[in-house]
Structure formats: C-alpha cells, structure tokens
Design a protein around this ligand. Structure first.
Ligand code: LFR
Length: 471
C-alpha cells in the first residue's frame, strides 16, 4: 500500500489530496484546498504562481508521512527561466488577450494543415506556441521554458524537464515522432534551447530537500491526462468521456493520432495520454461560463440556482457556448442575452432561466463534440463517462444523457487527483500494470452514478436552430 500526495491545480481552485492506493483500495482525503484564478494587474491577466507554490508546499507539509508527491495542473501556461534558473516575469493566464491576431500571423508562415500534421493540436488562441510568439523579443533573455507543473517540480527538486502529456498541449510537440517539434518552432521564431528534455509520466523527477527528501514523481501532469486515467470504463466498451470542470474536454481515447482533414475541420486535438494513448477531444467551453455568471451575480448559491434551473422550461433559448465571446472573463449574462437577440431568440428572463440556458447550451455542445468524435473516427459511442466536478451537477449529467441519447456514467468527481495517485502508486511498485487495471480499481472503489437518456426530439430541433446560426 502506498500513501502519496496528489497536488491538483485547477483554474478556479487547487488542492492537495492524500491518496492511499493498494490492492482493492483507493482512497482520497483532502488535506488543503485553496482558491485560484486570474489576477489582473496593469494590462495583463496573470496567475499567482508564487501563491500556488506556497500553498503546495504548505499542503505537502500538512499531509504527513508520504511515499511520494505528484503535481498536475491546467495545460499550456508556463514560466520562463533565465540562465541562472530564476523566473523571468510572472506567468500569464491563458485567458489574457495577448494572443489576439497571433494565430492568423502564424498561419501565414506555417499553414494550419501543416501545423496539424506535426502537432495534431486543435486551434485554441492560447496554445503555448501562440503565447510564445506573443512574447516577442522577451524570449531573448530566456534560457528555459517550464510548464506550470514542471515549474513547481523544479522549485521543489531543482530538476528541469518537460512531462510529456503536458508538453503535448503546447503545439510545439511532434505527436507522431514523440519529440519536440524543433524545426517547426524555429520557423515561428521559438528557439529550441527553451524546450527542456522530455520525461514520461511515472518517472521520478527528484527529491525535495525542503520536504525531508520526499520523492517527487512525474504524473500525467496535464490535469486532463490524469483525469482520463481515472475514467472508470469497462474493457471493451465503446465509451466517450467528458472531463467536466472549468472546461469540458470531450472525446475518445485512441491508440494513435487521428490527423485527417475531417479531424482538422472539426478542430479536434490529439493530446498525449498516460501510457502512450491519445486523447482525441475538443475543448468545450465548460462550466466556466456558469462560474463566471455566478461571480458576476456575487452569489455562491449554486445548489439553489440549479434546483430552480431544473424546474425552468428546457431549451427555451440556446447559444453557441463555444463562441469566442465566452472565453474572456466578463459579464456572461449580457453576452448570453446579446447572443440570443442576435439569433432571434428571447433572452432568458431571470436567473434560473440564464442557468438553464447555459446548461442546455453546454449539453448541446457535449452532444456535438461526442458525435463529431464518433463521426470523424468511424467509431460508435454507447456510453459517455463524465468525470471531474461536473459529475456532481445532476442537471448537467441528465441533460448530457438526453442530448447525446446514450447513458451517462458520472464520477469520480476527483478524477484528476485519482489519476495522479494511481500513476504514482504504480511508479512506487503497486501492481497496476496498465490503464485497464487502474480503471478496474476506480470502478471497484468509487461512487459512479448512472443517468439514462429520456426520449426527446427537442435536442435535434435545438441543434438545428444553432446550425442555422453558425452557417
Ligand atoms: C483543463 C485544461 C484543458 C486545457 C485548459 C487550458 O483544466 O487543462 O485540458 O485545454 O485547461 O490549459
């Protein structure tokens, strides 16, 4: 039996969980939870990276006796180090607008088709490649780029490296050769000296002198990679997954990248998973729109609002939740109202109706992503697993089952932390030879709830309404 700490940093909160894993045992206990989010200072939106490091250290100290610790976080964002290893400037938040117009400029040098051929990544304005291009000549002073978990690992252990699942989200990683795409990087002005040696999940990063020599282990350091490890899929089933939190990462697990024109057109990504798998998925805007709405209303009564939203009429108004206007922080209800007016729909009249509109629209986007994934790969989807915080949102789970027309299996909620723990436990010698054995352990030990679809044609009509708007 192993006892490890999973540090799981999400865009709106971070946590240190103590995890125990052994034969027929997988348990998590929360040690420390702390808020996270963008900090606007002057013209930029930053992360409070030093605060996150301080909380991580404090949580690891509070956790007691440990065999190891591993860190996962959101993807794409990074710190730059100078040649002495000191941080050059505060990491910028991916919702900052500094990359506006950059993807178009890059496309003039490297076509989207070529970029996709090498990296397999979906076009998102905040891909690390675009952020680095936006840095301009500030890169001259930089010696090394470290993604957020790699940066924290470096501060803990002094070791420099790039964990592979997160490296695969940068748009600077060659998804077929499984190396950095150095010549592509050079063409857009990103020097290869910035890209540190790659490391695999399950390898030891080093030991932490400040924590009595605690071993720090590389996990699937992209939170979505760790979450997908803990998807409790039965072997041999045709499953799709949605890792539901700030984002909804919706798609399939594949053995090899899917780089077809259809995949490019549908804007699917091929991110690297644990054990060499491919996470073929699309970023759906996710519960961000709801949490930003609640922030604007200055309320934390999510349970009350969800109850009222469940009783509100369904599909009264739907928006394209993936539209770029919902990406930056701001007044979401106003943006929703504008989107409704622009499409000839009456805007939601009260708060429960706004919440219902967001969740209906999110379920509709889940349906689009899952159906596109199935169509592009020629696979069937018989069940959708929802893991992450959204698995706790009963209305969202039911609406997703209804919209997709297949059962939803919801849970575990703390999938990323569980995936983090499982990969560490294996690295420390527990008998978990493959993803199937890890998932079997999740199935045996975690609560999973089933939602059956209710027969309903309205989703086709709602989709048709949106399809008209998009064309
Ligand atoms: C989810 C996530 C997504 C990534 C987004 C930005 O937390 O890691 O997978 O696209 O955050 O980094």
């Amino acid at each position: 039996m192993k006892r490890v700490a999973a540090v799981d940093l999400g865009a709106s909160s971070g946590r240190v969980m103590a995890g125990t894993a052994g034969p027929d045992l997988l348990r998590l206990a929360e040690v420390r939870r702390f808020p996270n989010g963008g900090v606007r200072a002057g013209p930029a939106l930053y992360w409070d990276i030093l605060g996150l490091y301080r909380e991580t250290l404090a949580g690891l100290r509070e956790a007691g006796d440990l065999d190891g610790a591993g860190i996962d976080s959101w993807a794409v964002d990074y710190g730059l180090l100078d040649s002495r290893g000191a941080l050059l400037g505060n990491p910028v938040h991916y919702r900052d607008t500094r990359t506006d117009g950059i993807p178009e400029n890059v496309a003039a040098t490297v076509s989207p088709r070529e970029l996709y051929d090498v990296t397999g990544l979906q076009q998102l304005p905040f891909n690390t490649l675009y952020q680095l291009v936006a840095e301009g000549d500030r890169l001259d002073a930089a010696a090394t780029l470290l993604l957020v978990p790699d940066l924290l690992n470096y501060w803990l252990t002094g070791e420099i490296g790039a964990e592979r699942t997160n490296a695969s989200t940068t748009q600077l990683y060659d998804v077929r050769a499984r190396t950095w795409a150095t010549s592509l990087a050079a063409r857009v002005g990103i020097p290869s000296r910035l890209l540190p040696p790659l490391r695999d999940p399950g390898t030891v990063v080093g030991t932490a002198p400040e924590l009595a020599g605690l071993p720090v282990i590389a996990v699937g350091s992209h939170d979505t990679a760790s979450a997908v490890v803990a998807v409790p899929a039965e072997p041999g089933t045709n499953f799709a997954y949605i890792s539901s939190g700030t984002w909804s990462l919706a798609g399939l697990e594949l053995d090899a990248p899917e780089l077809s024109d259809a995949a490019l057109a549908a804007n699917f990504t091929n991110e690297g998973g644990v054990d060499g798998t491919i996470r073929f998925l699309r970023n759906v805007m996710g519960l961000w729109v709801l949490s930003e709405t609640l922030r604007g209303w200055d309320t934390s009564d999510l349970p009350g609002l969800l109850k009222a939203a469940a009783a509100a009429p369904g599909l009264a108004a739907v928006v394209d939740i993936d539209a770029p206007e919902f990406l930056p922080p701001g007044d979401m209800p106003a943006r929703i109202a504008a989107a409704c007016r622009a499409s000839g729909q009456r805007p939601p009249a009260d708060r429960p109706a706004v919440v219902r509109c967001v969740l209906d629209s999110l379920a509709l986007a889940h349906r689009r992503a899952i159906r596109d994934a199935a169509r592009v790969t020629g696979r069937r989807v018989d069940v959708v697993h929802i893991v992450g915080g959204g698995a706790r949102n009963e209305l969202l789970c039911q609406l997703t089952a209804d919209a997709c027309g297949v059962p939803v299996l919801a849970g575990p909620v703390e999938a990323a932390a569980l995936g983090n723990v499982l990969v560490q436990a294996r690295a420390l010698g527990e008998n978990l030879p493959d993803l199937a054995s890890m998932r079997a352990l999740v199935r045996r030990t975690q609560e999973i709830r089933r939602y059956d679809p209710s027969p309903d044609d309205d989703w086709d009509a709602a989709e048709a309404r949106l399809a008209v708007l998009r064309s």
